[in-house]
Design a protein around this ligand. Sequence first.
Ligand SMILES: [Cu+2]
Length: 159
Amino acid sequence: MNRLLLIALALTASGASAASYVTSNAAAKTATIVVDASQGTAGGGLNFNGVVKGAKSFTVPAGWNVVMQFKNLGTLAHSAVVIKGTTPPVSVTEKDAAFPGAHTSMVMQGLPMNAAATAKFKAATAGDYLIICGVPGHALGGQYLGLKVVAGAKAATYQ
Ligand SMILES: [Cu+2]
């Protein structure tokens, strides 16, 4: 195998990393989702997983447990909170979380650069939700992803 082919394979492997934003464990009814704040420059850094304004969404079967793995890759503070609906609000607090536990700590202040946090919650009720940054202004600036909780879905997806 020549060196160029190895490089091409390595690039293909790294290009496939989008799939790793979500993993499904049907036996345990658990979805693990990755929410990286400020990945690259989209939205001037006000993005999750490099996209803005709900351009991508997770789908999770209703009733599954969700493990949300949050990281802040940017220089500003960010947080992540799941809210009901499809319209980003002006501001939120922990109390606005759609499910118990569906938020990082310090929703409004945000977690600092390089911080990582894991939030665990049960996606108990089917419907349309957003995963937003709770730092005031960030969600309005486009820092949110979609989250669809779907009755009868067989696996968690991200697209
Ligand atoms: Cu933010």
